[in-house]
Design a protein around this ligand. Sequence first.
Ligand code: CA
Ligand code: CA
Length: 177
Amino acid sequence: MREEAISRVALVFSLFDANGNGYLDADDFTLMAGRVNLAARDSDEPAKAAMQAAFRRYWTTLLAELDADHDGRVSFDEYTACVLSPERFDATIADFAESLGALGDPDGDGLIERPLFVSLMTAIGFERPNIDALFDAFGPSDADRIQVRTWVEGIKDYYAPDKAGIPGDHLVGDPVG
Ligand SMILES: [Ca+2]
Ligand SMILES: [Ca+2]
């Protein structure tokens, strides 16, 4: 696994541990889904419900696949296995990415404007300068929009163990060393 992939996974683990107890648990995903839905102020109820369902499925899959010691929560060591065996998580991550992308495109024109992108990514917990760097790396148009499709593919790449130098690396911030 690439060092960049480990850094990316360590970051999402820390953000998804929304209640800060050092483990991923059901409570974290309820908290995170609520935050993200609050940020998606222009989305309709079906889109929000789909996002909540995607968070729930994501958690259910993580628990079923990764909770090696069966304590009902996922430790960081258990979580890194999702990057080591991406084929077990492709469908879940794709589902999550598509649902998040849909929240970013309430009018369905296939584009997402920077302010909504920033709101959603801030709700997940990423840092503002890193969010802007990511948006810029996706190549926004003159109207400061990016393709939702580009973002969805970017989310999938984020979890790829063999990728480095991708837009998603901007979320991790300055590399150490
Ligand atoms: Ca937690
Ligand atoms: Ca566990």
